[in-house]
Ligand binder design. Sequence first.
Ligand SMILES: Nc1ncnc2c1ncn2[C@@H]1O[C@H](COP(=O)(O)OP(=O)(O)OP(=O)(O)O)[C@@H](O)[C@H]1O
Length: 256
Amino acid sequence: MTPLLQVQGLNKSFGGIQVSRNISMTLPRGGRVALIGPNGAGKTTFVNLLAGRLRPDAGHILLDGEDVSRLEPIARTCLGLVRSFQISRLFLDLSFADHVRLALLQRDGQSQRMFCSTRRDPAREDEVRAVLARLALSELADLKVRNAAYGQHRLLEIALALAMKAKVLLLDEPAAGVSRADVPRMLQAIQSLPADMAVLMIEHDLDFAFRFASHVVVLAEGAVIFEGTPREVMADAQVRSAYLGRYADRVGKGAA
Ligand SMILES: Nc1ncnc2c1ncn2[C@@H]1O[C@H](COP(=O)(O)OP(=O)(O)OP(=O)(O)O)[C@@H](O)[C@H]1O
């Protein structure tokens, strides 16, 4: 079966410095993959290439077999390759339910309707409630984004990807900046996403990444240096020296 997402030989340079080196990987339907690596390894650049914010110098990105490498970000989003919404793009004076409603309207190609009609479609309202409930956000339905906590904003970003019916969700450090107490809730939210949605997450918090992922890709100096299960990644000598060092030792001791 064709993998949902296929990345073939992506290269990207900035001013003569190669930041992505011949990156290839696949993501199956429902895959849960963490992308890890040291600072400057090229993780964000890679996600920018996938999402369409950057164009590769060479290589291809195929979604469901269709080459999307030259498409604009919005066209990729419409095909189901969705990057988690950035907090800076939320509307402070709209509620959580409003945001989900807008995402559903956009998904269904009806976003112009919000200007033409104030009538609420009962089926859509059911869906708004279902999306919020899935992420345990029902109680915040009427809360304006302005009055919500940072961790709640980040949960809303995931709710929007759910509403958009993402096939592949790209998450850029979902736990970053979230208070320690809220991290388990974030993990739970991500784990509650539909089983057929593939999720690729960049994450510096390795405990978080390894709890989420069944497969881990390690980038260093722009290239994939290792892929495997969290256990295999922690056991690999090259990965330990390039990146994991103290983390793997700490976890190893903790487990002993
Ligand atoms: N637009 C750009 N122009 C020039 N250099 C860039 C640009 N974007 C990224 N870089 C460089 O590319 C390299 C990889 O950066 P990138 O942000 O992709 O790494 P990263 O793995 O996401 O790092 P971090 O974990 O610190 O966020 C870095 O050396 C960075 O300075």
